[in-house]
Ligand binder design. Structure first.
Ligand SMILES: Cc1cc2nc3c(=O)[nH]c(=O)nc-3n(C[C@H](O)[C@H](O)[C@H](O)COP(=O)(O)OP(=O)(O)OC[C@H]3O[C@@H](n4cnc5c(N)ncnc54)[C@H](O)[C@@H]3O)c2cc1C
Length: 218
């Protein structure tokens, strides 16, 4: 058994090309032609979302998309795949047999930040060991992975890739970085939001997140 932290990786990220496509789509509306530099396009894109606060011009943001690979637990992944305007693919607990060599013959769990060091952590680790034991036991008794997987819990690690256009990423990040989101969802999504705020501020700078004490925009 192994315990790891959540992580993410941006797959196929071309900010300049993405901004160029969004700008082109918007400028087709106004028949205003292309802009010369990436910086000019970023300023233009930034203005699109501010132009009319009640009714911002968001459809051009649908012309570029982004894929993010998440290592998370099955609880968070279950919530994430509820968004319908995006395309997910996820590690299959039916096809992956964690007893095999290529899975290290172990079940991997995602660390839970709400469980403090000491007695609680020892209890949690012992629960995870039981989960792994029950899973392997089912396989030993001749069950298929289809049946063995039912012994797994929401703490178990999974990997999924989500591809969505920028408009949908803004929507997902707004919901999933908020105070109301599950803390492990926030732990998965806020690092993505911070990364995107740095790489593409013209698209993501206005999206807030809950830092545990207050709503922040940095
Ligand atoms: C804090 C939080 C708590 C939650 N708790 C629960 C819970 O307890 N139980 C539960 O089942 N779910 C829960 N959810 C999931 C939630 O109900 C949604 O399934 C999820 O947020 C995705 O919905 P969406 O509107 O954001 O996006 P999508 O479902 O991806 O849809 C995107 C947008 O498209 C439009 N749209 C999509 N489909 C339709 C349609 N059929 N008709 C009209 N418009 C449509 C809407 O404008 C929608 O906002 C929770 C979500 C959050 C963020």
């Amino acid at each position: 058994m192994k315990v790891i932290d959540q992580s993410f990786e941006i797959d196929h990220f071309e900010p300049e090309e993405d901004i160029r496509r969004i700008t082109r789509a918007a400028r087709i509306c106004y028949k205003s032609g292309d802009l010369a530099t990436h910086e000019e396009r970023c300023k233009f894109v930034s203005r699109l979302k501010k132009r009319n606060p009640d009714n911002p011009h968001m459809s051009p943001f649908e012309h570029s998309s982004l894929s993010v690979i998440f290592i998370t637990n099955r609880g968070v992944s279950h919530e994430l795949v509820r968004h319908r305007m995006m395309s997910p693919n996820q590690e299959s607990s039916r096809y992956c047999c964690y007893e095999r060599d290529r899975f290290g013959k172990e079940v991997i769990f995602i660390r839970d930040s709400a469980i403090p060091e000491g007695f609680m952590l020892e209890e949690w680790l012992s629960e995870c060991e039981n989960v792994e034991r029950n899973y392997f036991n089912r396989l030993k008794l001749g069950c298929s992975t289809d049946t063995a997987r039912n012994a797994l819990t929401n703490d178990v690690k999974t990997e999924l890739i989500i591809t969505a256009n920028y408009r949908e990423w803004r929507h997902i990040l707004k919901l999933r970085c908020s105070k109301e989101a599950h803390y492990q969802m926030r732990e998965a999504m806020i690092p993505v939001l911070k990364h995107l705020k740095k790489e593409l501020p013209c698209i993501f700078d206005d999206i807030p997140y809950w830092n545990g004490n207050e709503v922040v925009y940095d």
